[in-house]
Structures are given as C-alpha cells and as structure tokens.
Design a protein around this ligand. Structure first.
Ligand code: PMP
Length: 358
C-alpha cells in the first residue's frame, strides 16, 4: 500500500488520492494515444477536449452565470493582483481595498502601482485577526471593491460577503469550491488553484463579460480580452495543471458538489474549533465570527511549545502544521481533500500533546 500521511500544508497541499491514482494510471499513455498528457500538444483534439470540459465543469460546479467568462491563466494569483487593476482601472477611476491580511495587502500594493487604489479598512492593528463590522465609505469614482474571501495566513474568512454600491472583486484562492459565490454582486472572482483544485501555477478567473475589453495601453498578454478571445489558449497553457484540475473538478462533482464540500468544511472546522475552545490549552486568536473554515490557526501556551507541537506532529505523520513565518503558532489547512478522519486524528494528537506538556 502507498504510504500516505495527513498533509495539513497551506498550499500546494493535499490532493484527492483518487485523483493522484487516476493520473498515475494514465501518465504514460493518455487515452490510448501512446503518449503522456505531458507530451501532447495543447492544440491537439485530445487536449482541447480536456480544456473545454474543464472550463465547462468549473463554471457548472460554482454555478457561475453565463455572463461570466471562465479563464485559465498562468501566473497564479499574483498575476491577478496586477491584471485586475490593469484592466478595471484602465479607463481611470479608483478602487477600494479591504486590507484583511497579507494577501489583500499584496494585492493592494500592486494596485497602487497601477492606479488609484485606496485602502478603506485595515486589520493590521489586530494582527489581521478581524474583518470590518460595517463597510467604510467608498472613494469617489470607485470601480470595484476588492476583498480576500479567506486570508490563508492569519485564518480569517468572511461568513457573508459584503454588499456594496460597486461590484466585488474576490480573491477566493484558499476557499475556492468550498462555498457558494454571490455572483450578482461580483465583477471578478478568482483564485490560485493550488489549495482546493490542482497543482500550483494556474489561476481560475471568472470575469463578467461586459468588463472584458481591449486596452491598447496595457500589454496584450495582461488583458483579459486577449485570453478570452483565445478561450484561454492564447499562449501555451500549463497543460498538466489543467488536466489535474479537470480530474479534481470531476471528483468534486462525483462527491456531491459545492453543497457537499461546504457542509464538510463547516463540519471539519467545527470539530477542530470546538476542541480548541474547550481545551484550556490551545487558543485561537481569531474571534468566532470570522474564523476560517479552511485555515485554522491556533497556539499552545508558548512559542516553544508551538515548535515542539509541530515538530513532534511531523514525526507522527502530520505534515505542514507549522504556522506561517510571519505569525508563528500552528496552522491546520482543511481543504476539500482533507478527510474528516484527518481532523479527528489531529484532535487525538492534540489531546495527547496537551496532556504530556501541560
Ligand atoms: N491569495 C491568497 C489568499 C493566497 O493564499 C495566495 C497563496 N497562498 C495567493 C493569493 C498567492 O497565490 P500565488 O502564489 O498562486 O500567486
């Protein structure tokens, strides 16, 4: 039997075993063509079929309306930090950013290089453990409100997305396909795929079609128009990532779709937070109303014990529990491919550790 441990890494991260096995089984000979999917042209009929199906499944599973165009773009989420303001502020106007954590802040800093981007709220003083109670006023000429659905590092997540006078741009990288999207409020929804969907290096971006325009002064490769016109085959795409994304989307569909994974996400994170809150040993810095369901951050009574916790955990078959270097502590990432049994095993380990190190 293959040796597999529980992998709580924040991303790249655990992928469904069934998907890895299926990819392994056909790695050398894809659909009987005598070549690997890694070796075939992105313009071949075989790959185009995978590509088309992936786009269609991505749209169907997240219930994205037809007026949103799905795009598969290399460059991960970082490239979107730039493409979003380059495209949406090309004709002027301003953008409002909610600075809820390291990822929102990175997006803001990029947007500031491009145009009139304003931070309308920051959680920096709280160590990025909170979200705004109410929406602050938006700047004049505001074109979009940018938010990070789930801050992967500090572990804060919107329960409900805000409603604003302007459309939302949502970075859903770390809770993509774990919850529904309020499409009627959105201009762009995007995420890097390396948490819930596929290996790293690709972004899945949904852009409202009326916003897809050529901007002659923006480098063509960085316009949504170029990629939309070529159905995401403008340049040679990361074919392996797209092929794996296709398999994971099938796995999501066969498992019961977003509704199933949303329930799982509530269930798995609920088990862990309930244990943390009852333990008198572990504590979460994040108030319950904005706790992430996909990245659960917590601490033991001291930084030294935090280190001992994740080091010993590694020896016992739990990978990736070390908190992000900026915050320390412990972080357990509970993406779709993490089974409930992994969370239960982690809680067992936490109980034993707390008893031993009280
Ligand atoms: N946004 C969020 C919420 C993230 O968690 C990450 C990566 N961890 C990024 C953006 C950046 O993704 P990438 O490295 O694919 O550019």
């Amino acid at each position: 039997m293959t040796h597999r441990i529980y992998n709580f890494t924040a991303g790249p991260c655990t992928l469904p075993l069934a998907v890895l096995e299926s990819a392994r089984a056909e790695l050398l000979d894809f659909q009987g063509c005598g070549m690997s999917v890694l070796e075939i042209s992105h313009r071949s009929k075989r790959f185009e079929a995978v590509h088309e199906e992936t786009l269609a499944l991505a749209q169907e599973l997240l219930a994205a309306p037809a007026d949103f165009q799905p795009l598969l773009l290399a460059g991960g989420a970082h490239q979107q930090f730039d493409m979003i303001p380059l495209n949406l502020l090309a004709d002027g106007g301003s953008a409002a950013y909610i600075n809820s954590g390291i990822w929102a802040e990175k997006a803001l800093k990029e947007a500031e290089r491009v145009g009139d981007a304003r931070e309308i709220w920051t959680g920096r003083d709280s160590g990025f453990t909170t979200l705004p109670d109410a929406l602050p006023p938006l700047p004049a000429d505001c074109c979009y409100l940018y938010l990070t659905s789930n801050e992967t590092i500090s572990g804060v997540q919107y329960r409900d997305y805000p409603t604003a006078a302007v459309p939302l741009v949502i970075d859903a990288s770390s809770d993509y396909y774990t919850r529904a999207i309020p499409w009627e409020r959105c201009a762009i929804v995007y995420g890097g795929v390396q948490k819930n969907l596929a290996p790293a290096g690709l972004a899945l971006v949904f852009v409202r079609r009326d916003l897809i325009k050529d901007h002659p002064r923006v480098p063509k490769f960085l316009t949504y128009a170029a990629h939309a016109a070529a159905n995401s085959l403008y340049n040679t795409p990361p074919t392996w990532q797209i092929y794996m994304l296709n398999k994971v989307l099938h796995w999501i569909k066969d498992s019961g779709g977003i509704a199933h994974f949303e329930a799982e996400s509530i269930n798995k994170s609920g088990l862990l937070y309930d244990y943390i809150d009852c333990s008198n040993y572990y504590q979460s810095d994040v108030p319950p109303a904005c706790r992430s369901r996909t990245n659960v951050t917590f601490r033991t009574p001291s930084p030294e014990l935090d280190t001992r916790f994740w080091q010993e955990a590694e020896r016992q078959g739990f990978a990736g529990l070390k908190g992000h270097k900026l915050l320390g502590g412990i972080r357990a990432s509970l993406y779709n491919a993490m089974p409930k049994s992994g969370v239960e095993a982690l809680i067992d380990y936490m109980q034993t550790f707390a008893a031993k190190n009280a």
